[in-house]
Ligand binder design. Structure first.
Ligand code: MG
Length: 203
């Protein structure tokens, strides 16, 4: 199973990190060993002092495909969840300065907490979906999927030009503004609309 992720998909997040607005989706991957399921605790690693939370809607691929046209892309994802794209911002900034890959800063142990998944039919309109992240019961990030630069169908179609998507693959679809550091003791709770999707602690 593969994990794909989209960078810079919400304009206000691009602005908060002073990044350029991309013409095409920015793609990166995480190893499946980064997944953290079942509300397991996240253990803060010793190689970074600046882990940021990025709450993101996650799609799950329902059948294998490549070179999928945008028109048919909706047939290839059937489950929706919520995750955190944890980012060691200090390591990422260092890599970006040297124009090196971000792999470590996004792919370390536990860097991909993920909720349980629901059939997309559970939600009325997935292209107009509110989601948010609370830390210690305070709202830190709030997004709506209608604000994505590249929507789900486009992302799936675009990814499938380069990668063969397989049943079970995950796609983290980008984070809205409000990213920031987590510290040991924080409790992160994520919601899609009114549904609590995950809750876990940083240890
Ligand atoms: Mg992200």
């Amino acid at each position: 199973m593969n994990i794909y992720a989209i960078g810079r998909n919400y304009v206000e997040h691009i602005e908060e990190l002073n990044n350029e607005r991309p013409d095409e989706p920015v793609i990166f991957t995480k190893p499946d060993t980064a997944l953290l399921r079942n509300n397991d605790d996240f253990y803060y690693p010793s190689f970074t002092n600046d882990i940021h939370h990025e709450v993101e809607v996650v799609l799950q691929i329902g059948k294998k495909g490549k070179n999928i046209s945008e028109k048919f892309a909706h047939k290839y994802y059937d489950q929706i969840g919520l995750g955190i794209d944890f980012t060691a911002r200090d390591l990422q900034t260092k890599a970006k300065e040297k124009r090196l890959p971000w792999a470590i800063s996004k792919g370390f142990h536990g860097a991909a907490p993920i909720s349980n998944f629901f059939p997309i039919q559970k939600f009325d309109e997935i292209n107009n979906l509110n989601f948010h992240l609370e830390i210690n019961n305070e709202i830190r990030q709030k997004g709506n999927t209608s604000l994505m630069l590249f929507n789900f169908d486009y992302i799936v179609s675009y990814l499938s030009r380069f990668f063969t998507l397989k049943k079970g693959d995950y796609i983290y679809t980008g984070t809205p503004k409000g990213v920031g550091p987590v510290i040991i003791g924080d409790v992160l709770t994520g919601y899609i609309e009114d549904t609590k999707m995950f809750e876990f602690e940083v240890k």
